[in-house]
Design a protein around this ligand. Structure first.
Ligand code: ADP
Ligand code: ADP
Length: 233
Protein backbone atom coordinates (compact mmCIF):
# COMPACT_ATOMS: atom_id res chain seq x y z
CA UNK A 1 0.00 0.00 0.00
CA UNK A 2 1.13 3.53 -0.75
CA UNK A 3 -0.15 6.42 1.37
CA UNK A 4 0.15 10.07 0.52
CA UNK A 5 -0.68 12.38 3.43
CA UNK A 6 -0.94 16.10 2.71
CA UNK A 7 1.84 15.86 0.15
CA UNK A 8 3.07 19.10 -1.40
CA UNK A 9 6.17 19.57 -3.54
CA UNK A 10 7.65 22.90 -4.53
CA UNK A 11 10.64 23.22 -6.83
CA UNK A 12 13.06 26.08 -6.30
CA UNK A 13 12.30 29.08 -8.50
CA UNK A 14 8.80 27.78 -9.39
CA UNK A 15 5.96 30.22 -8.86
CA UNK A 16 3.45 27.54 -7.80
CA UNK A 17 3.81 24.15 -6.12
CA UNK A 18 4.02 21.13 -8.46
CA UNK A 19 1.73 19.24 -6.05
CA UNK A 20 -0.44 20.63 -3.30
CA UNK A 21 -2.04 18.85 -0.33
CA UNK A 22 -2.40 15.45 -1.99
CA UNK A 23 -4.15 12.81 0.16
CA UNK A 24 -4.38 9.41 -1.49
CA UNK A 25 -4.17 5.71 -0.84
CA UNK A 26 -3.08 3.20 -3.47
CA UNK A 27 -4.42 -0.18 -2.33
CA UNK A 28 -2.17 -3.21 -2.14
CA UNK A 29 -2.20 -5.60 -5.08
CA UNK A 30 -3.89 -3.29 -7.56
CA UNK A 31 -2.82 -1.70 -10.82
CA UNK A 32 -3.38 1.99 -10.29
CA UNK A 33 -3.18 4.38 -13.19
CA UNK A 34 -2.08 8.00 -12.66
CA UNK A 35 -3.34 10.20 -15.49
CA UNK A 36 -3.44 13.88 -16.31
CA UNK A 37 -2.06 16.37 -18.80
CA UNK A 38 1.64 16.97 -19.23
CA UNK A 39 3.17 19.11 -16.46
CA UNK A 40 0.46 18.34 -13.90
CA UNK A 41 2.83 16.63 -11.47
CA UNK A 42 2.63 12.91 -12.33
CA UNK A 43 6.40 12.35 -12.38
CA UNK A 44 6.75 14.40 -9.23
CA UNK A 45 4.18 12.23 -7.44
CA UNK A 46 5.98 9.06 -8.57
CA UNK A 47 9.26 10.60 -7.44
CA UNK A 48 7.96 11.00 -3.90
CA UNK A 49 7.33 7.23 -3.84
CA UNK A 50 10.74 6.19 -5.20
CA UNK A 51 12.54 8.81 -3.12
CA UNK A 52 13.85 10.68 -6.19
CA UNK A 53 11.97 13.66 -4.76
CA UNK A 54 13.52 15.27 -2.83
CA UNK A 55 16.85 13.39 -2.77
CA UNK A 56 17.83 13.62 -6.44
CA UNK A 57 15.61 15.96 -8.40
CA UNK A 58 15.49 18.68 -5.77
CA UNK A 59 12.20 20.14 -4.66
CA UNK A 60 10.88 20.60 -1.15
CA UNK A 61 8.53 17.90 0.09
CA UNK A 62 5.94 18.58 2.76
CA UNK A 63 3.67 15.91 4.16
CA UNK A 64 4.41 12.21 4.21
CA UNK A 65 4.64 9.34 1.73
CA UNK A 66 4.77 5.81 3.11
CA UNK A 67 5.25 2.57 1.21
CA UNK A 68 4.57 -0.61 3.15
CA UNK A 69 4.81 1.55 6.27
CA UNK A 70 8.20 3.06 5.39
CA UNK A 71 8.57 6.81 5.10
CA UNK A 72 10.24 7.35 1.71
CA UNK A 73 11.87 10.61 2.76
CA UNK A 74 13.78 8.87 5.55
CA UNK A 75 15.64 6.67 3.02
CA UNK A 76 17.85 7.09 -0.01
CA UNK A 77 16.27 5.52 -3.14
CA UNK A 78 18.83 2.69 -3.04
CA UNK A 79 17.73 1.80 0.49
CA UNK A 80 14.17 1.42 -0.77
CA UNK A 81 15.11 -1.11 -3.48
CA UNK A 82 13.43 -4.00 -1.68
CA UNK A 83 10.22 -1.97 -1.31
CA UNK A 84 9.93 0.15 -4.45
CA UNK A 85 11.06 -0.65 -8.00
CA UNK A 86 11.14 2.19 -10.53
CA UNK A 87 10.98 2.02 -14.34
CA UNK A 88 11.06 5.03 -16.65
CA UNK A 89 10.01 5.66 -20.24
CA UNK A 90 13.36 4.94 -21.83
CA UNK A 91 14.56 1.42 -21.02
CA UNK A 92 17.99 2.14 -22.51
CA UNK A 93 18.59 4.85 -19.90
CA UNK A 94 17.98 2.21 -17.24
CA UNK A 95 20.55 -0.40 -18.25
CA UNK A 96 24.00 -0.76 -16.73
CA UNK A 97 25.13 -4.12 -18.15
CA UNK A 98 25.21 -5.75 -21.61
CA UNK A 99 23.12 -8.91 -21.48
CA UNK A 100 19.64 -9.75 -20.24
CA UNK A 101 20.84 -12.13 -17.55
CA UNK A 102 23.48 -9.73 -16.18
CA UNK A 103 20.93 -6.95 -16.05
CA UNK A 104 18.48 -9.03 -14.01
CA UNK A 105 21.26 -9.93 -11.57
CA UNK A 106 22.55 -6.37 -11.22
CA UNK A 107 19.53 -4.99 -9.39
CA UNK A 108 20.07 -7.37 -6.49
CA UNK A 109 23.73 -6.62 -5.95
CA UNK A 110 23.23 -3.94 -3.33
CA UNK A 111 20.91 -6.20 -1.31
CA UNK A 112 23.63 -8.58 -0.10
CA UNK A 113 21.70 -11.73 -1.07
CA UNK A 114 23.36 -15.14 -1.15
CA UNK A 115 24.57 -16.22 -4.64
CA UNK A 116 22.11 -19.13 -4.82
CA UNK A 117 19.18 -16.85 -3.97
CA UNK A 118 20.29 -14.42 -6.67
CA UNK A 119 20.56 -17.22 -9.24
CA UNK A 120 17.11 -18.53 -8.32
CA UNK A 121 15.56 -15.10 -8.60
CA UNK A 122 17.11 -14.54 -12.03
CA UNK A 123 15.61 -17.84 -13.27
CA UNK A 124 12.22 -17.06 -11.73
CA UNK A 125 12.16 -13.61 -13.32
CA UNK A 126 13.27 -14.84 -16.76
CA UNK A 127 10.33 -17.28 -16.69
CA UNK A 128 7.84 -14.80 -15.29
CA UNK A 129 8.55 -12.23 -17.99
CA UNK A 130 8.96 -14.68 -20.88
CA UNK A 131 12.65 -13.78 -21.29
CA UNK A 132 14.26 -17.22 -20.86
CA UNK A 133 15.18 -17.64 -24.52
CA UNK A 134 16.75 -14.17 -24.58
CA UNK A 135 18.94 -14.54 -21.49
CA UNK A 136 22.31 -14.32 -23.29
CA UNK A 137 21.27 -11.67 -25.78
CA UNK A 138 22.90 -8.24 -25.74
CA UNK A 139 20.14 -5.89 -24.61
CA UNK A 140 20.90 -3.52 -27.50
CA UNK A 141 19.68 -6.17 -29.98
CA UNK A 142 16.21 -6.54 -28.43
CA UNK A 143 12.95 -4.91 -29.49
CA UNK A 144 11.56 -1.99 -27.47
CA UNK A 145 8.94 -4.17 -25.78
CA UNK A 146 11.55 -6.79 -24.87
CA UNK A 147 13.85 -4.10 -23.50
CA UNK A 148 11.10 -2.68 -21.35
CA UNK A 149 10.37 -6.18 -20.00
CA UNK A 150 14.06 -6.50 -19.08
CA UNK A 151 13.92 -3.14 -17.29
CA UNK A 152 10.89 -4.35 -15.32
CA UNK A 153 12.65 -7.66 -14.61
CA UNK A 154 15.75 -5.93 -13.29
CA UNK A 155 13.74 -4.28 -10.53
CA UNK A 156 11.51 -7.32 -9.88
CA UNK A 157 14.43 -9.47 -8.75
CA UNK A 158 14.54 -7.39 -5.57
CA UNK A 159 10.92 -8.51 -4.92
CA UNK A 160 9.60 -4.97 -4.43
CA UNK A 161 6.14 -4.59 -2.95
CA UNK A 162 5.47 -1.63 -5.19
CA UNK A 163 6.40 -1.03 -8.81
CA UNK A 164 6.34 2.57 -10.03
CA UNK A 165 6.42 3.22 -13.78
CA UNK A 166 6.59 6.60 -15.52
CA UNK A 167 5.07 6.38 -19.01
CA UNK A 168 6.64 2.96 -19.63
CA UNK A 169 4.99 2.51 -23.01
CA UNK A 170 5.49 5.98 -24.48
CA UNK A 171 8.44 4.90 -26.66
CA UNK A 172 6.66 1.72 -27.81
CA UNK A 173 4.33 0.87 -30.67
CA UNK A 174 0.83 -0.33 -29.65
CA UNK A 175 1.71 -4.05 -29.90
CA UNK A 176 4.79 -3.71 -27.68
CA UNK A 177 2.82 -1.52 -25.26
CA UNK A 178 0.22 -4.27 -24.86
CA UNK A 179 2.99 -6.79 -24.24
CA UNK A 180 4.32 -4.67 -21.36
CA UNK A 181 0.90 -3.91 -19.89
CA UNK A 182 -0.06 -7.59 -19.97
CA UNK A 183 3.10 -8.40 -18.00
CA UNK A 184 2.24 -5.78 -15.39
CA UNK A 185 -1.28 -7.13 -15.05
CA UNK A 186 0.14 -10.58 -14.46
CA UNK A 187 2.45 -9.29 -11.70
CA UNK A 188 -0.49 -7.73 -9.92
CA UNK A 189 -2.68 -10.80 -10.18
CA UNK A 190 -0.10 -13.55 -9.66
CA UNK A 191 2.29 -11.93 -7.17
CA UNK A 192 0.12 -9.29 -5.53
CA UNK A 193 2.55 -6.52 -6.51
CA UNK A 194 1.13 -3.00 -6.25
CA UNK A 195 1.64 -1.10 -9.51
CA UNK A 196 1.44 2.69 -9.88
CA UNK A 197 1.74 3.70 -13.52
CA UNK A 198 1.73 7.27 -14.88
CA UNK A 199 0.48 7.83 -18.42
CA UNK A 200 -0.91 10.80 -20.29
CA UNK A 201 -2.70 8.64 -22.88
CA UNK A 202 -5.60 7.25 -20.85
CA UNK A 203 -7.04 5.14 -23.70
CA UNK A 204 -3.89 3.08 -24.02
CA UNK A 205 -3.86 1.81 -20.44
CA UNK A 206 -7.29 2.27 -18.90
CA UNK A 207 -8.51 -1.25 -19.67
CA UNK A 208 -5.68 -2.69 -17.56
CA UNK A 209 -6.34 -0.54 -14.47
CA UNK A 210 -8.13 -1.43 -11.24
CA UNK A 211 -8.17 2.17 -10.06
CA UNK A 212 -7.49 5.52 -11.72
CA UNK A 213 -6.11 8.68 -10.13
CA UNK A 214 -6.72 11.75 -12.25
CA UNK A 215 -4.69 14.91 -11.67
CA UNK A 216 -6.93 17.37 -13.52
CA UNK A 217 -4.79 20.53 -13.32
CA UNK A 218 -1.63 21.75 -11.55
CA UNK A 219 -2.32 22.16 -7.82
CA UNK A 220 -5.86 20.72 -8.11
CA UNK A 221 -7.01 17.87 -5.86
CA UNK A 222 -6.81 14.40 -7.45
CA UNK A 223 -9.99 12.64 -8.56
CA UNK A 224 -10.05 8.92 -7.74
CA UNK A 225 -12.35 6.31 -9.23
CA UNK A 226 -12.61 3.06 -11.11
CA UNK A 227 -11.84 3.23 -14.85
CA UNK A 228 -15.50 3.62 -15.87
CA UNK A 229 -16.05 6.52 -13.45
CA UNK A 230 -12.95 8.34 -14.66
CA UNK A 231 -13.80 7.82 -18.33
CA UNK A 232 -17.07 9.62 -17.57
CA UNK A 233 -15.28 12.69 -16.09
P1 ADP B 1 4.12 15.48 -15.43
O1 ADP B 1 4.86 14.24 -15.08
O2 ADP B 1 2.65 15.38 -15.14
O3 ADP B 1 4.40 15.95 -16.82
P2 ADP B 1 6.02 16.83 -13.67
O4 ADP B 1 5.93 16.23 -12.31
O5 ADP B 1 7.14 16.39 -14.55
O6 ADP B 1 4.62 16.63 -14.42
O7 ADP B 1 6.10 18.40 -13.55
C1 ADP B 1 5.24 19.17 -12.73
C2 ADP B 1 5.76 20.62 -12.69
O8 ADP B 1 6.98 20.65 -11.97
C3 ADP B 1 6.06 21.19 -14.07
O9 ADP B 1 5.73 22.56 -14.03
C4 ADP B 1 7.55 21.00 -14.22
O10 ADP B 1 8.11 21.97 -15.05
C5 ADP B 1 8.04 21.16 -12.79
N1 ADP B 1 9.25 20.35 -12.51
C6 ADP B 1 9.34 19.00 -12.62
N2 ADP B 1 10.56 18.57 -12.24
C7 ADP B 1 11.28 19.66 -11.90
C8 ADP B 1 12.61 19.88 -11.39
N3 ADP B 1 13.46 18.86 -11.19
N4 ADP B 1 12.98 21.15 -11.13
C9 ADP B 1 12.13 22.19 -11.32
N5 ADP B 1 10.86 22.06 -11.78
C10 ADP B 1 10.42 20.81 -12.05
P1 ADP C 1 13.91 -16.07 -2.32
O1 ADP C 1 13.26 -14.98 -1.52
O2 ADP C 1 14.89 -16.85 -1.53
O3 ADP C 1 14.43 -15.57 -3.62
P2 ADP C 1 11.94 -17.38 -3.93
O4 ADP C 1 12.68 -16.95 -5.13
O5 ADP C 1 11.48 -18.78 -3.85
O6 ADP C 1 12.79 -17.14 -2.61
O7 ADP C 1 10.72 -16.41 -3.75
C1 ADP C 1 10.02 -16.32 -2.55
C2 ADP C 1 8.59 -15.99 -2.83
O8 ADP C 1 8.52 -14.76 -3.52
C3 ADP C 1 7.90 -17.01 -3.70
O9 ADP C 1 6.69 -17.37 -3.06
C4 ADP C 1 7.61 -16.28 -5.00
O10 ADP C 1 6.34 -16.64 -5.53
C5 ADP C 1 7.58 -14.85 -4.57
N1 ADP C 1 7.97 -13.94 -5.65
C6 ADP C 1 8.55 -14.27 -6.82
N2 ADP C 1 8.78 -13.17 -7.56
C7 ADP C 1 8.35 -12.13 -6.84
C8 ADP C 1 8.31 -10.73 -7.06
N3 ADP C 1 8.76 -10.20 -8.18
N4 ADP C 1 7.81 -9.95 -6.09
C9 ADP C 1 7.35 -10.49 -4.95
N5 ADP C 1 7.34 -11.81 -4.69
C10 ADP C 1 7.84 -12.61 -5.61
Amino acid sequence: MIRFEQVSVTYDDAAAPALQGVDLTVPEGELCLLVGPSGVGKSTLLGTVSGLVPHFTGGTLHGRVTVAGRDTRAHRPRELADVVGTVGQDPLAHFVTDTVEDELAYGMESLGLAPDVMRRRVEETLDLLGLATLRDRPIATLSGGQQQRVAIGSVLTTHPEVLVLDEPTSALDPGAAEEVLAVLQRLVHDLGTTVLLAEHRLERVVQYADQVILLPAPGAAPVVGDPAEIMAV
